[in-house]
Design a protein around this ligand. Sequence first.
Ligand code: NAP
Length: 301
Amino acid sequence: MRRIMQDRFGGPEVLELREAEEPHAGPGEVRIRVESAALNPVDWKIFTGPGAERRGLVPPMGVGNDIAGTIDEVGDGVDGWVVGDRVFGSARTRALQDFTTVAPGRERLARIPDGLDAGVAASLVVAGRTAWDGVEQLLDRGGETIFINGAAGGVGQLAVQLAERKGARVIGSASERNADFLRSLGAEPVAYGDGLAERLEAMLPVDACFDCHGADGIAAALEVGVPIERCIAIAAKGAHGARGVAGDLERTGALDELARLAASGDLLVPVEARYPLERFREAYEHLMDGHVRGKLVIDLA
Ligand SMILES: NC(=O)c1ccc[n+]([C@@H]2O[C@H](COP(=O)([O-])OP(=O)(O)OC[C@H]3O[C@@H](n4cnc5c(N)ncnc54)[C@H](OP(=O)(O)O)[C@@H]3O)[C@@H](O)[C@H]2O)c1
């Protein structure tokens, strides 16, 4: 099978497309024929080194996390999953390959509802559950205003819509290129960069801040009076004392609900570009440029 692999840390140039032995489902595992994989910044934070060291990951290893496809083998001791199930979930460092194994007891796995595209389902794994948890933690009643920094990216675009579903007014930061995109999702756009706090000041009230880009959004939110308890930072963890999202969301059923909303058209999951596996390097260069609108997907089947 084809597999993207790395023998050392570095930029996309250290990633290689290789022929590798197919994995098989061991006890407690299922094997998935991967149709699509969605990309996340954590992929490159791992393949460049810093994110790997934190997680104890050492090359040689594969790449990526978010996958969607069809179960074609079920190992001993697995209940509730059968050959032919269309699924999406997490396969850390084992996503950009034709077949992968997932242990449903330990790793996230959910069913793809009828009619939902595999690339869209894969796009929900990390970005969807992160947006879900951030919004759940920050908004407990309707009628409040949330400021989402980096609102046009993979997490941000979903957080905008989930916050609106909870009855919030949403202010989202983006570049000028994405202002209309945010308007189309129902958010009020604001430009990031110098003067952000002054621009937010003119848009008060702001009750909560979900920073999906760095620490600047938190700093601006604090300046306009948002209490730190109502701030979450996911890209610059701990920025100004803000908390992050929870890590154990597989138990919340968030993926099932996100997939249901996406399949019914109640949650849009814009994908800016799709690449065949052979163009993995170009796809990661696009992601690392830092200005993706929505998600990037790699199609394998
Ligand atoms: N569990 C976790 O803690 C967790 C989970 C998921 C993600 N994350 C982290 O959260 C961050 C966002 O993830 P993502 O998947 O949403 O990334 P992404 O899709 O790559 O985000 C791209 C977006 O960032 C925006 N952006 C670029 N420069 C900006 C700036 N100076 N200020 C505000 N926004 C800016 C871009 O908007 P324009 O194109 O308009 O410039 C673009 O839409 C990453 O660092 C990721 O690693 C953490």
